[in-house]
Design a protein around this ligand. Structure first.
Ligand SMILES: Cc1cc2nc3c(=O)[nH]c(=O)nc-3n(C[C@H](O)[C@H](O)[C@H](O)COP(=O)(O)O)c2cc1C
Length: 234
């Protein structure tokens, strides 16, 4: 598979950085081709604006989604976005790798999604979920979290990890047609000993070596939903 890792950690010598290295090596060892979009290293600008576009649909009112659609039709996305979209087009699997920050994506990665998954390109015109623009691709989250695993169980203080993963997996991957592979979470990353980190790296290697046999969650089919977008009775 062609694998794009979108990496969002400011320090390569962090554990998240070590996991990136491990991921690239493992994926290449088992025969995948890998590209990394290293957002901090390239100074990716996460802030949307008129700089996203080489031409303007409207010079007065700035409607971001309309400008995105216009740019898609006229192939006038700015170079930084075109480069990311080309990588996305190439990828069979998209991995978001990041430290959990405030129960979500670091802002630089959220901004990457806002700007790169553009209206017209990634969604729009009835293309979403099972009809999505990226149907056939897979997506996966690889996360480091400061809290221990027990904190993310149903009776843990942070609540179930799935409550955090689901909005990302459904709201980003599934909504543009990307099927979801099981996430990999490294808990307690801030406080782990070297031997605990080694175990996490072993687990990560196992997870990545068997990607192609892992079950995926497929995007829901829009025809199973009524005009109010509620599921039709079976
Ligand atoms: C801005 C910020 C927000 C954070 N929010 C969370 C959080 O919501 N839940 C959590 O478990 N850890 C949180 N952490 C801890 C990080 O997830 C943790 O430091 C990181 O995963 C450790 O990986 P590293 O050693 O590679 O940096 C946060 C850390 C920072 C800096």
């Amino acid at each position: 598979m062609n694998v794009l890792i979108v990496f969002a950690h400011p320090e390569h010598q962090s554990f998240t950085g070590t996991m990136l290295q491990e991921a690239v090596e493992t994926l290449e060892e088992v025969g995948h081709s890998v590209q990394v979009s290293d957002l901090y290293r390239k100074g990716f600008n996460p802030v949307p604006g008129r700089h996203d576009f080489l031409t303007a649909h409207s010079d007065s009112l700035f409607n971001y989604a309309n400008e995105q659609s216009h740019a898609h039709q006229n192939q006038s996305f700015a170079k930084d976005l075109r480069m990311e979209q080309d990588k996305l087009n190439w990828a069979d699997l998209v991995i978001f790798q990041f430290p959990l920050w405030w129960f979500g994506l670091p802002a630089i990665l959220k901004g990457w999604v806002d700007r790169v998954f553009a209206n017209g390109y990634a969604y729009g015109g009835g293309r979403w979920f099972g009809n999505g623009a990226f149907t056939g691709k897979k997506g996966m989250l690889v996360i480091t979290a400061g809290g221990p695993e027990t904190a993310y169980q149903s009776d843990g203080i942070q609540g179930p990890i799935q409550d955090i993963l689901a909005p990302l997996e459904r709201g980003i991957f599934l909504s543009v047609g990307i099927s979801v592979l099981p996430a990999f979470v490294a808990y307690g990353a801030s406080y782990s000993s070297d031997s605990q980190k080694e175990l996490v790296l072993d687990r990560l290697r196992d997870h990545l070596q068997t990607l192609e046999s892992k079950p995926t969650i497929a995007p829901p089919n829009p025809t199973d939903y009524d005009e109010t977008l509620r599921r039709k009775p079976q």
